[in-house]
Design a protein around this ligand. Structure first.
Ligand code: RTP
Ligand code: MG
Length: 157
C-alpha cells in the first residue's frame, strides 16, 4: 500500500433492517469495491432502548418513534469501515436521506439504487468523526483506538 503516510479514518456504517434480506450482499460488494476495509462486523437486532440511544440526536423529531420501531424490527449489519476520509466517503456513497431525491441528484448512490422511502433508506452512516467514534464505542465497545488502525495496511476483506 502507498497510503502509509495518510492515516486512515474510520466510520460506523449500518445496513438497516429493510436492506438485510435483498440488498446486503450488493451493499457489501460496493463497500469493498470502493476501497474500504471492513475492520469490524456484526449482525445485531437492536433493542428498543439501544435504537433510542443510537438515534438520540433525533429524540425530538416527529419521526423518532417510527425510526426506532423500524430500526429494531429485525437484524441490522453493523460495520466499522476504514479508509482515508471514511466518514465523508461513506456518506457520499449512501447518498441523500430521501431516495427520491437521491435518484435525481446521486443516481449511483446506495439509497438511489436500493432504498424504498425516506424512512426505509437502507443504510446509516455517522455524520462526523466524533459521532463515528462515539457510535463505534456504543456498538462494538472500546476495543481499539483509531491510532491502532492507521497506516499498517491491515484488512480482513
Ligand atoms: P442516518 O443518520 O440514518 O445515516 O441518515 P441521515 O443522516 O441521512 O438522516 P437523518 O436526518 O440523520 O435521519 C435519520 C434517519 O431517520 C429517518 N428519517 N425519517 N421525515 C422522515 O420521515 C424521516 N426523516 C428521517 C431515516 O431513516 C433517516 O436515515
Ligand atoms: Mg444522520
Amino acid at each position: 500500500e502507498i497510503n502509509f503516510f495518510f492515516p486512515k479514518q474510520r466510520t460506523l456504517a449500518v445496513i438497516k433492517p429493510d436492506a438485510m434480506e435483498e440488498q446486503r450482499e450488493n451493499i457489501l460488494e460496493e463497500i469493498h469495491a470502493n476501497g474500504f476495509s471492513v475492520t469490524q462486523l456484526k449482525e445485531t437486532v437492536l433493542s428498543r432502548e439501544m435504537a433510542e440511544e443510537f438515534y438520540k440526536e433525533h429524540r425530538e423529531k416527529p419521526f423518532f418513534s417510527q425510526l426506532v420501531e423500524f430500526m429494531c424490527r429485525g437484524p441490522c449489519m453493523m460495520l466499522v469501515l476504514s479508509k482515508e476520509n471514511a466518514v465523508e466517503e461513506w456518506r457520499a456513497m449512501m447518498g441523500p436521506t430521501d431516495p427520491d431525491q437521491a435518484k435525481v441528484t446521486c443516481p449511483k448512490s446506495l439509497r438511489a439504487r436500493f432504498a424504498s422511502d425516506l424512512l426505509h433508506n437502507s443504510v446509516h452512516g455517522a455524520s462526523n468523526e466524533q459521532h463515528a467514534e462515539e457510535k463505534i464505542r456504543f456498538i462494538f465497545g472500546d476495543i481499539c483506538s483509531n491510532a491502532e488502525l492507521t497506516g499498517d495496511g491491515e484488512s480482513d476483506r
